[in-house]
Design a protein around this ligand. Structure first.
Ligand code: HEM
Length: 510
């Protein structure tokens, strides 16, 4: 009797698993595909287990690692699958990361509706796997009350007077970098490694009150994590299989995450101990100080946890460095090619600052440099995907979408759209921004998504702009530069868009 019962139980579990398996792997994707198609949304057809990933990997492998011509039309290279499928299926289409549906949206009206929504109808995508180890539950993914709290903290630390106080640290870090440039005068120099160090130093000093050397371990671990994330971005793992069998990369990522959290905790505890032991009277006025103040708030409702602090630190070490490093690298490349704009920018810088270090008032008046920064972000947007989620059944434009569909918005698809930017969209023409961003985007603000749009727009926008303007100004004050014949044009993505072989320029002191 007990044997019979056991057989019935096992058969029942087996049957149930089979039903779930067939539902998730076959019925649900095909059903969703049908719903989308009935509204005119097409896309590469769902393939069992892999979704669209095999096609994506194939398209990417055909072009990556080989240099391209020196054009600025990089969308077909870094997101070849999207480029191909927009042509085949139109502005909005459905793709599959395994069994997970992703609706790619490139139609400005829809994007505006998605990104400007304040009612959590299109919340951030739920992270899993490798990316979760980088961003945790921090500001980039948080929603509701928690996001408001974290955003308020970040807004305070990266705006107004706080930004003003950061200028001397930014200038000192650029001076340190330019000291090294002196050994390359009259010769070739590769600038990206220096920009990586500079942006690491700037975020370490300004947000965490430590030097790059102190944060060195953190940046080394972050770099390892970026590589693991990129390497596994298109690898599909099924139904919680991670819990039972882990790959070499998954084990490595767990190790890196643990070490990363420990290294950050060391910096946090060092600051905390200074107050506890009476060596300091406050936690400090920088970002880390603000996080600690809130962590120790008497009102429990205001508090954030120790793990929130770690997630925020990881997020800002990453966001504060990778993106600005990309912006600086691509700006210098563009100015090395378009020397007429380099000359215009230099004239402006010399008129405003002469040979004196930049100051905040002057930085705000740098019009040409600002136009160059916008145009660089348009052509070489460091952020390649803005992600959201459809949480519950929703109307969007003329469509009605079911719940549990991720939304992917690729900024470069808009930035190179000739209907928005004209036939010369792929050319470097900073004059597009001569009358400001609103005029350049023709009243449609999502045409430029360099810093995002809506309530979740980049919180480090002014910080990054100041850092880039100070760095470019100080370079232009000292040097003329042209592109080295040894430069190899190979934009590629490791979380952000980067020059694969660095940027090599020939440096002439003024
Ligand atoms: C050139 C440099 C930068 C670029 C191009 C850039 C771009 C972006 C974009 C496109 C978003 C919107 C993402 C979305 O809507 O999902 C964003 C958000 C964010 N950025 Fe930046 N960023 C840059 C620099 C920085 C810096 C320096 C920091 C920190 C100091 C920073 C911190 C953040 C954070 C925390 C968010 C999430 C904001 C939220 O969800 O409320 N970024 N950034």
């Amino acid at each position: 009797m007990t044997d019979l019962l056991a057989i019935i139980c096992v058969s029942f579990v087996f049957l149930l698993s089979l039903i779930i398996f067939v539902y998730k792997l076959w019925w649900a994707p095909l059903h969703l595909q049908h719903i989308m198609e009935s509204q005119g949304i097409r896309g590469p057809s769902y393939k069992l287990f892999h979704g669209s990933t095999k096609e994506m990997i194939e398209m990417k492998s055909q072009i990556s690692n080989t240099p391209m011509d020196l054009t600025h039309d990089i969308f077909p290279r870094i997101q070849p699958h999207l480029y191909t499928w927009i042509k085949l299926y139109g502005n909005n289409f459905l793709i599959w990361m395994g069994t997970d549906p992703k609706l790619v949206v490139t139609e400005p009206e829809l994007i505006k509706e998605i990104l400007s929504n304040k009612d959590c109808i299109f919340p951030k995508t739920k992270l899993k796997g490798y990316l979760k180890k980088l961003l945790g539950d921090g500001i980039v993914v948080a929603e509701g009350e928690k996001w408001l709290k974290l955003r308020k903290l970040a807004n305070h630390s990266f705006h107004g007077d706080c930004l003003k106080d950061m200028v001397p640290a930014m200038i000192a870090s650029v001076e340190t970098m330019l000291e090294k440039w002196r050994y390359h005068e009259g010769k070739e120099i590769e600038v990206c490694d220096g920009f990586k160090l500079l942006t690491s130093e700037v975020i370490s000093r300004t947000a965490f009150g430590s030097s790059y050397l102190e944060g060195q371990e953190i940046f080394a671990l972050l770099t390892k994590l970026y590589a693991l994330i990129s390497r596994n971005a298109l690898k599909i793992r099924f139904f919680g299989i991670r819990k039972f069998i882990r790959t070499k990369d998954e084990i490595e990522a767990e190790k890196v995450e643990k070490l990363l959290n420990e290294s950050i905790m060391e910096i946090v505890e060092k600051r905390q101990d200074e107050v506890i032991t009476g060596r300091a009277s406050s936690f400090g006025s920088d970002f880390l100080g603000s996080l600690l103040r809130v962590h120790h708030d008497m009102d429990q409702g205001n508090q954030i946890s120790a793990s929130d602090i770690i997630d925020e630190c990881k997020t800002f070490y990453f966001a504060g460095q990778e993106t600005t490093y990309g912006l600086l690298s691509w700006s210098v490349l563009l100015l090395a090619i378009h020397t007429e704009w380099q000359e215009k920018a230099r004239n402006e810088v010399l008129q405003l600052f002469g040979q004196v270090n930049p100051n905040l008032e002057g930085i705000a008046r740098l019009k040409i440099v600002n136009m160059i920064i916008y145009e660089t972000l348009r052509l070489y947007s460091p952020v390649t995907t803005i992600a959201r989620r459809i949480e519950r059944k929703v109307k969007l434009g003329k469509y009605e979408f079911p719940a549990n569909v991720d939304l992917n918005i690729p900024p470069l698809a808009l930035h190179r759209n000739p209907d928005i930017w004209g036939k010369d969209a792929h050319l470097f023409k900073p004059e597009r921004f001569s009358e400001g961003l609103a005029k350049a985007t023709n009243g449609n603000p999502v045409s430029f998504l360099g810093f995002g749009f809506g309530p979740r727009m980049c919180v480090g926008l002014n910080f990054a702009s100041n850092e880039a303007k100070i760095t470019l100004s100080m370079i232009l004050q000292r040097y003329k530069f042209t592109l080295s014949p040894n430069y190899v044009h190979s934009p590629f993505v490791v979380l952000t868009t980067q020059p694969q072989h660095g940027v090599r320029i020939l440096l002439q002191p003024l």
